[in-house]
Design a protein around this ligand. Structure first.
Ligand SMILES: *[C@@H]1O[C@H](CO)[C@@H](O)[C@H](O)[C@H]1NC(C)=O
Length: 403
């Protein structure tokens, strides 16, 4: 008897679901694919698809159910575009083909080529490519000489996005940085690849500010600037299995340049390789800082350095545009930073550089099982310490200078 009731109600349930699916165009439930071609997009590498993509996003975002914006194989030329939420449901953006940016940066009327903003439960995936076509802009980039240079658009940005992820996407040849995160929470970046030539200016891989609870796992980054740049207000960031190089390494900062910057806390960088980079793991703060700040609870663990210029470096005298005032001392306090099991080769003699502030000496710095070799005419590797307190564990080479 019980089983009859069960099956009767099951059949009733199926009937209800089937009828709601058949009227999906009005009831707006279930999976629905929003193929950009249905909105006029063409993958011919020439047609401007900006409006078609915006329309597809708008309808998908308003869909109650399981919407997917779908970009098929092909080369889709796209101007600057912002995909804004909040959306009615979890939403996927699947890119199979290549998105091609305008060669001329002036045609992108926003600071990032592709922006996702105010969205929760977003997935960007599909194995596709974002091509920033940066090689046309790089020769005109004068940011190394001109501190007030014009910022060029980054490839893709996530602003105020939560509970979301990007996976299996390749970003190449951005005009400036590749992937930007601002005010993002609970975000996973997995199986992403980022590539620009080692001499392309300011092509940071991943930039993160004001964000928390992010994971970067299994990512390959080779660019002309930082592989990952971690800026003011970032907390609980886990970086695992990153292959970095060429590039400037994984950097925290620069910090201390502006007033009211926020703390950077809870960073893990583990199981990663730095190959031919200028830095391995770096924390940099400006010598003069307008306000106090705190950088704390970092763990750098299981990292291989291959021909890295500065494998471990804390630089609290950061000065990219000399001359600088060396009479001032950073007010950024660095504490509880652990370097565990870091090995490989240093291209410069100073393999471990801990140059902390006289105003706010580094505290609780741990070196454990470090083995960094230097093969040069200038003799074996050494450590350099300034204003740093902490301890060592295990075998340390070059010998530690922490007291
Ligand atoms: C390091 O980079 C060099 C040059 O690009 C490459 O040949 C080598 O395979 C890389 N090594 C590792 C372990 O990734």
């Amino acid at each position: 008897m019980a089983s009859t009731i069960c099956c009767f109600s099951l059949i009733l349930f199926i009937a209800v679901v089937a009828s709601s699916v058949s009227t999906a165009s009005t009831a707006s439930v279930g999976r629905k694919i929003f193929d950009v071609r249905s909105y006029g997009a063409r993958g011919d590498g020439k047609t401007d698809n900006t409006i078609a993509f915006s329309k597809a996003w708008k309808e998908a975002c308003a869909w109650r159910g399981n919407p997917r914006v779908y970009v098929p194989f092909g080369t889709f030329y796209l101007g600057g575009v912002t995909f804004t939420g909040p959306c009615k449901s979890r939403i996927s953006f699947i890119i199979k083909g290549t998105l091609l940016a305008p060669k001329n940066a002036n045609l992108i009327k926003q600071d990032t080529w592709i922006i996702f903003k105010y969205v929760d439960y977003l997935t960007v995936s599909g194995g596709g490519i974002l091509d920033g076509q940066g090689s046309y802009s790089w020769p005109r980039n004068d940011c190394r000489r001109n501190p007030n240079c014009r910022a060029l658009p980054m490839n893709i940005g996530f602003l105020f996005v939560r509970f979301s992820r990007i996976s299996r996407i390749k970003s190449i040849n951005s005009k400036m940085g590749h992937i930007n995160f601002f005010a993002v929470q609970y975000f996973d970046i997995t199986s992403v690849s980022i590539r620009a030539p080692g001499d392309s200016p300011n092509t940071d891989g991943i930039k993160i500010g004001e964000s928390s609870h992010m994971r970067i796992h299994n990512v390959k980054i080779g660019t002309g600037d930082d592989c990952i740049a971690i800026l003011s207000g970032t907390s609980n960031l886990d970086i695992d299995r990153v292959n970095c190089g060429p590039g400037h390494g994984i950097s925290v900062g620069s910090l201390g340049r502006w007033k009211d910057e926020k703390t950077v806390q809870g960073l893990t960088v583990r199981n990663s390789i730095f190959n031919g980079t200028t830095n391995g793991v770096r924390i940099k703060t400006w010598a003069s800082s307008p306000s106090r700040n705190l950088v704390s609870n970092f763990l750098y663990k299981n990292l291989q350095m291959i021909n890295v210029q500065n494998p471990i470096i804390i630089d609290q005298q950061y000065c990219p545009n000399p001359p600088c005032n060396h009479k001032t001392h950073s007010q950024v306090q660095i504490q509880n930073v652990k370097f565990n099991n870091i090995w490989g080769t240093s291209m410069t003699k100073v393999a471990v550089k801990l140059q902390c502030s006289r105003n706010a000496p580094c505290k609780g710095v741990e070196l454990a099982d470090v083995n960094l070799l230097h093969h040069g005419y200038d003799g074996p590797a050494i450590s350099y310490c300034e204003n740093v307190a902490g301890w060592t564990r295990g075998k340390i080479y070059p010998p530690s200078c922490i007291r």
